[in-house]
Every structure is written in C-alpha cells, then in structure tokens.
Unconditional design. Structure first.
Length: 342
C-alpha cells in the first residue's frame, strides 16, 4: 500500500506527473465513495518483506540487548540504540521500508531511555522519590533529543509522536519532583499534556488539510499518541474500573464518547474513538447488567457497540458534513474537506 507522501515523493522524483497523481487520488476517492483524506492513509507495510525484516531486526536487537544487559544495565539499551541507528541507514534511509523504520525508531529512542535508566539504577540503586522524578524527567528530555536527532536524519513520521511522548514524561517528572505530593494528580497532568499533544497534532494536520504530504503522516501518529493521554485520564478520574459503576457514571461515559465522536468527525481522525472504546464497552455492559441482562449483557454490549461503529463508518461522510457545517467558516477551511476537490 502506498501513502499520500509516497505519491507526493513520486511526483517530486519525476516518476509521475502532478496531473497523474491528482487523477489517481480522484480515482481512489471515487472508487471508495469518499474523499481521499477520509481514508486516514498511513504506510505500515510495503510488502511481506517488511514483516520478515522486522522479525529479524527484533531478534537481533533482543539478542544485543540481552548481551549488553548481562555486562551492565546501561549497556543493554546502548547496544540496542546503536544497532538501531546503524540499521536505519540501510532499511530507513535507503530502502524506505515502513514497518522496520518504525521498529528501528522505537528501538533507538527506547534504547537511549533504557541506557539512561540502567545507568541511573547502577549508580544510584536506592534513589529517592524526588531525585527519581528528576532523573525520569532527564531521561524524558534526552529521549526527546534522541527523537529529534533521528527525525533530522531519517524523518520517519512516528518520530515526532515519540518525541512528544518523551517530553510529556519529562514534564510530569519535573512536576512530581517539584511538588512531591502531586502524585495523586498524575491523571489531570496527563490529560493536560494529552490536550497539548492533540493541539500539536492539529497544527500538523491544519498545515496540510488535503493530507498529501508527510505532515499528514506525522499528524496521524501524534493523534494516536494524544488519544490515550486524553481518554484514559478522563475515564480513570471517573472511576470507571473502580468496581461496579452506577447508571449515572455509565451515562456520563456514553455521553463523553458521543463528544469524542463529534471531535473525531470534525478533525477526521478516529484515534479518540479507539482509545476510549474499552471504557464505553464496560459502561454499556454495566447498564445492561443493572437492567437485569446478566447472562447476555456482554452479547448485547457487543451488538450495540458493533452496530453503532459500523453505522458510524458507513455514514461517516454525511455525519462529518453535518458536524463540520456547524463550525465557523475559518475553522472549516482549515479542516480536511468534506468533498473531494474537482
């Protein structure tokens, strides 16, 4: 499968003309009965060879990590990060393989973080809470720097999301170090950070509303990172999984899911719906149980949610036109179009 950025790259390389690229996009949109932007294209596989190479990379990096870990806690992560960086020169920079590139980026940033954590544990095995929070923020900052370095060299779209997640860890670590008693407020802090990542995702998205460049791929991964940072804190603060919830909380959860659906329709991204799905399933299951449907509660829940999601998918276009139509004209112009351009 080819992403929008691949088509754009082919035009830049002279492999196809801009008119041919536009015709291809129109053909795909017509055949799918939807604007091309609504497909949320992102490249994960260029072929089965991606899976084959990814398995080989995972085995190699796991072996290097174990060997390094046997010598020193910090060396395990360092070996993984170094090998991931070197392998990226071939599989990312030269071959442009999608899944291996994602795996190598995560291994590089994770290896850098693992090397720092291992070194800290070796030097300060009994580190206190405040110092530990400061150390965690330092790990987040250095990991974000590693992601930035990787982006400057290889420009893998998921890199920006990895760097944003590392910065979130840094911010939370700094706040916990500055205010030791703020541990109870970790969910509100994560929610605020998630909103910030969502705003960053929208900035990338609005810079390419037609979703024809790498910016749209970057925005996709940022939305994927922001969604759990927004959904999970909200539902955790509501106490969804703290025992049986009442009908009132269940209704609130369902109402919040409708709000998330409206946001998803407006920005044409589905990550929020996926991240909060498990909470909606649990809330609806609780409602059916409270109504007396104990044995078939799970079946009724799956039927209702499955039918609702399929309906949303089938009527995504008319629903999105309605939601976007409620927005002010300046905002509508910066969001993905609801009609395929002629």
């Amino acid at each position: 499968m080819y992403s929008e950025s691949d088509i754009d790259g082919a035009v830049a390389a002279g492999a196809i003309s801009p008119d041919a690229a536009a015709a291809l996009r129109r053909h795909v949109a017509t055949s799918h009965a939807a604007p091309a932007v609504d497909e949320e294209h992102f490249r994960l596989l260029t072929g089965f060879n991606d899976i084959f190479v990814s398995i080989a990379i995972a085995l190699l990096l796991a072996a290097l990590g174990q060997i390094g870990f046997s010598l020193s806690y910090g060396l395990g992560g360092a070996f993984v990060a170094g090998a991931a960086w070197m392998l990226a020169f071939y599989f990312t920079a030269k071959r442009r393989m999608a899944l291996p590139s994602i795996l190598l980026l995560l291994a590089f940033v994770g290896g850098v973080a693992g090397a720092l954590i291992g070194t800290i544990e070796t030097l300060w095995p009994h580190i206190g809470d405040t110092a530990g929070a400061l150390a965690a923020s330092g790990v987040g900052l250095v990991s974000a720097g590693a992601a930035w370095l990787h982006w400057r060299r290889f420009m893998v779209p998921i890199t920006v999301a990895a760097g944003a997640a590392a910065l979130v860890a840094m911010v939370i670590g700094l706040l916990m170090a500055a205010v030791p008693g703020i541990k109870q407020g970790v969910w509100p802090m994560l929610l605020i950070c998630g909103i910030g990542v969502f705003a960053l995702a929208m900035r990338w998205d609005m810079s390419d509303p037609q979703r024809q460049t790498r910016r749209a791929d970057v925005a996709f991964w940022l939305h994927l990172a922001a969604a759990p940072m927004i959904a999970h804190p909200i539902f955790q603060m509501l106490g969804v999984f703290n025992g049986d919830i009442g009908a009132g909380v269940a209704v609130i959860v369902l109402a919040l899911y409708l709000v998330f659906a409206g946001i998803a329709l407006a920005v044409d991204r589905r990550a929020l719906l996926v991240s909060s799905l498990v909470y909606v399933l649990y809330a609806l299951y609780s409602l059916f149980r409270s109504a007396g449907a104990v044995e078939l509660g799970s079946a009724f829940t799956a039927f209702v949610i499955g039918s609702a999601l399929l309906t949303l998918s089938a009527f995504w276009q008319p629903m999105r036109r309605t939601v976007v139509g409620w927005l002010a004209q300046p905002m509508r112009l910066r969001l993905p179009p609801v009609h395929q351009p002629a």
